[in-house]
Design a protein around this ligand. Structure first.
Ligand SMILES: *[C@@H]1O[C@H](CO)[C@@H](O)[C@H](O)[C@H]1NC(C)=O
Ligand SMILES: *[C@@H]1O[C@H](CO)[C@@H](O)[C@H](O)[C@H]1NC(C)=O
Ligand SMILES: *[C@@H]1O[C@H](CO)[C@@H](O)[C@H](O)[C@H]1NC(C)=O
Ligand SMILES: *[C@@H]1O[C@H](CO)[C@@H](O)[C@H](O)[C@H]1NC(C)=O
Ligand SMILES: *[C@@H]1O[C@H](CO)[C@@H](O)[C@H](O)[C@H]1NC(C)=O
Ligand SMILES: *[C@@H]1O[C@H](CO)[C@@H](O)[C@H](O)[C@H]1NC(C)=O
Ligand SMILES: *[C@@H]1O[C@H](CO)[C@@H](O)[C@H](O)[C@H]1NC(C)=O
Length: 399
């Protein structure tokens, strides 16, 4: 793959994975999943054949399968994403998927899957995104899913699910999007949802809920319209960023770590302590400003500049330049190719690459790194722009 596209896809991903071996449980879980797919009209799973008994191969064969990826630096080769959305798959969901213990994203939406949601998915303790919407699933939401304590996005809308939403969900302090529309849920008591303070988005319509709308829903409605959650991380740098190939999930992850602790974002947030890591720290922290989302954006901007220049913020820059940001500013906007990481290759037209990626990325990075916190870009806009850049570039590259 073009490295430029891969840079974009993993806008924060620093590849450190060297040797990877296949985990036997992951392999058999995926093979079991495949075996319960009765029809794969577009043959999206045709690549799911090559592993066989290659469990000791240095290259992670299963990670190359369509829809599968493994982006876990600490556990290389473990499956972190299974995404086969809109593939026309007909079949049932194998309970063995619960053995994918490093899975973060499971998206099987918009297929024709029937049967139950396996309770064993509760074994995917790192699951953050579960999207099974628009299938033919029946039965109820398994209680065990409430054990996936990192769950942030839960979408089972447009199925044939029944029963109540399990109370165990009241333990999901990380839940941000809860979407169960157009099913046959008929619970009476949803008041516990008012305890989910992290919830920013919920869609419950098209069910048979009875009883009064709990008072707490008004609070939810309020949250619903304030869909940008507080993101305060305090110490953003490459080693702290979990890898993910999913932009949305990634940003979720970015913020979630501390959303849980909104009241006490950073233990060391005394004004005497410089929060964060040298080179990535927002300048206002130096003068004792409290930790803020704006500070996170600054760190994120430095990361973007680092990724696309291949230079570290702690490098010594010549000509009296104090920082990576100054280094980028001197080349912006006309000489960006001079500072672009030489490893960021693209086989197509250089001018296209500059217009579609290099220029917008550096503009974005600099907009995040503004000296004044208030002038910095907001996270939701950063995500929107990154996605737009990636989309435009992909469309151009694969046109
Ligand atoms: C495993 O490898 C052996 C020897 O190469 C081969 O005969 C066998 O079919 C393989 N098994 C699978 C499941 O691919
Ligand atoms: C995988 O999952 C199945 C079904 O949940 C379970 O019976 C089996 O023991 C698991 N296998 C391993 C190796 O964990
Ligand atoms: C789940 O998947 C559907 C279909 O692919 C998509 O439209 C929807 O936005 C997804 N849900 C969430 C919460 O991202
Ligand atoms: C729900 O079940 C009914 C009856 O079995 C079926 O006609 C309908 O297509 C199903 N809907 C979905 C979304 O699977
Ligand atoms: C919530 O989690 C606690 C601690 O793990 C557990 O004891 C409790 O039963 C859970 N509540 C529900 C409703 O599952
Ligand atoms: C909601 O939170 C309150 C306060 O922590 C607690 O007393 C109550 O039991 C919780 N309700 C549910 C249904 O979890
Ligand atoms: C560029 O790629 C080469 C070969 O993959 C690698 O050895 C080198 O460290 C990379 N340089 C940077 C700055 O990432």
């Amino acid at each position: 793959m073009e490295t430029m596209l891969s840079l974009l896809t993993h806008a924060l991903l620093l590849q450190t994975v060297t040797s990877q071996t296949i985990n036997g449980d992951d392999l058999s879980a995926l093979l079991s999943f495949k075996s319960l797919i009765r029809d794969d009209p577009r043959e999206v799973m045709s690549s799911w054949d090559t592993a066989g008994n290659a469990t000791n191969m240095p290259a992670p064969v299963i990670c190359q399968w369509t829809g599968v990826s493994c982006n876990n630096r600490r556990h290389p080769g473990r499956v972190t994403t299974l995404r086969l959305s809109g593939a026309g798959l007909v079949g049932t969901i194998s309970p063995q998927l619960g053995n994918l213990t490093h899975l973060r994203v499971l998206d099987l939406s918009a297929n024709s899957l029937d049967g139950d949601i396996p309770a064993s998915l509760g074994g995917c303790r790192k699951l953050r995104t579960l999207n099974l919407s628009t299938n033919h699933l029946s039965g109820s939401i398994p209680d065990d899913l409430g054990q996936s304590s990192k769950l942030a996005i839960f979408d089972v809308g447009h199925n044939n699910l029944t029963g109540n939403v399990p109370k165990s969900f009241s333990n999901l302090t990380t839940l941000m999007k809860f979407i169960i529309e157009t099913n046959f849920f008929d619970g009476k008591d949803l008041s516990w949802m008012g305890n989910l303070t992290s919830l920013t988005h919920f869609v419950l319509e098209g069910n048979r809920f009875t009883g009064n709308i709990p008072e707490s829903f008004e609070a939810l409605e309020y949250l619903h319209h304030h869909i940008v959650p507080p993101i305060v991380h305090c110490d953003i740098k490459p080693s702290n960023i979990l890898l993910d190939d999913d932009m949305v999930a990634h940003v979720t992850d970015f913020g979630l770590a501390k959303i849980i602790n909104i009241a006490e974002p950073c233990k060391e947030s005394s004004s005497f302590v410089i929060k964060g890591t040298i080179g990535y720290v927002a300048p206002e922290y130096g003068s004792g400003s409290p930790v803020s989302m704006d500070g996170d954006i600054y760190s994120y901007g430095v990361l973007l500049l680092e990724m696309f220049t291949g230079r570290r913020p702690t490098d010594n820059f010549i000509n009296g330049m104090a920082s990576l940001i100054d280094y980028v500013k001197t080349a912006y906007p006309n000489n960006l190719l001079e500072i672009l990481d030489t490893n960021a290759t693209y086989n197509g037209n250089t001018q296209d690459m500059t217009q579609l990626v290099v220029y917008p990325i550096f503009r974005l990075g600099l907009a995040c790194c503004k000296e004044s916190p208030r002038e910095r870009m907001k996270m939701d806009n950063v995500v929107k722009e990154l996605n737009a850049i990636k989309k435009a570039f992909s469309a151009h590259t694969y046109a």
